[in-house]
Design a protein around this ligand. Sequence first.
Ligand code: SF4
Length: 389
Amino acid sequence: MEKPIPLNLIQQFEKVFIDEKSWDSAVAERIRTYFPVDKIERVVQEPFVGRGPELSPEEFDRSKKNIFVTTFNGQFFKRCPGATQKKTLTCCNYYVLNLGSQCNMNCSYCYLQSYLNSPVMKIFSNIDQALSELEEMASQHAHLPYRVGTGEVIDSLSMDEITLYSRQLVNFFKKYPKWSLEFKTKSDKVDQFLDLGPAQNVMVSWSINPPYIIQSEEHGTARFEERLAAAEKCVKSGFSLAFHIDPMIWHPEWKENYAFLIDEISRRFTPEQVKVISVGALRFQPEQRHMMRQRFGMKSLVTSAEMFPSEGGKYRYDASLRHEMFQFVLKKFRDHNPAWNLFLCMETPETWLNSFEQTPMQVPGLHDYFRPLPKIKSENSDLASAVKI
Ligand code: SF4
């Protein structure tokens, strides 16, 4: 029997607007079954229209508390935006599948603050179309190691107790063992799909930071221990793992706190269970600073950080500090076990060479993540919308 939607998740939302085109979809039916009637409204268009081109901090906050269930009318399956900025970033071959947008958690550094301009969180009801796009691609290239992730503009799992989309995706990827799926999350919501394991080509990954940073910057997310406990459940059920130590955030005790994180991962997991560990440092678009200061004040380690414009336009820490942070993580993991598979995501080629002394294609174990693969049909047309990340 399907698991009900937990009350504490329902209570996070003021309202669910259901587009009349989506009214009879499976996800809308589920919402209508479990949400109180007075939280549901049937609509013919996106709510809260009539706003300006950008969201104010108040509108952004409101967008986290109101859901709009609707259909997505474009191509679901797209290449990772990092892969489209070849001159300034070194990124992996990665495709994204967005089944909604916005997030019900609230990290101070979240890039969605400068990326989204929709006044509501969206859940797309037409997952069948997404699956048929995947099917078309997979039937042509079943033998190639395509990697697909669902956590670009919405957390892969934090809303999954509402949608249960993970179940359809896991079942799909089990048919294509060369392809891999990544659920990227800061939640601990995994129980709803564990019974479908084992599925080694489904990787459940956690963005992880030391408890101190989670406490001060990652509001509403699962705590450090909750994330690692959920990861242990995934291993037991036959899923593979990844960790993203990203964004690393400088603070006076950063070495001690990141050392604790690395010790915990090394103590509780093996390099065989964790396919990859990516590392990145704090970065954001210049226009995000105002929004972050308005929403989190100057006490945040993010809003008060000393940042510099970098090639590509984002603010980053000074290059030598980034290098020191990446070297620290790399060395600490390697001291535990040289077999850990580490890479830098969304970083410049110079940082790669300074930190790893080789390019991703030369790092053992990372070849498949960076090997160019045939382009998919939608790639050219979607570049313009993707480069903002
Ligand atoms: S969990 Fe991810 S998407 Fe959600 S607020 Fe934090 S950074 Fe943004």
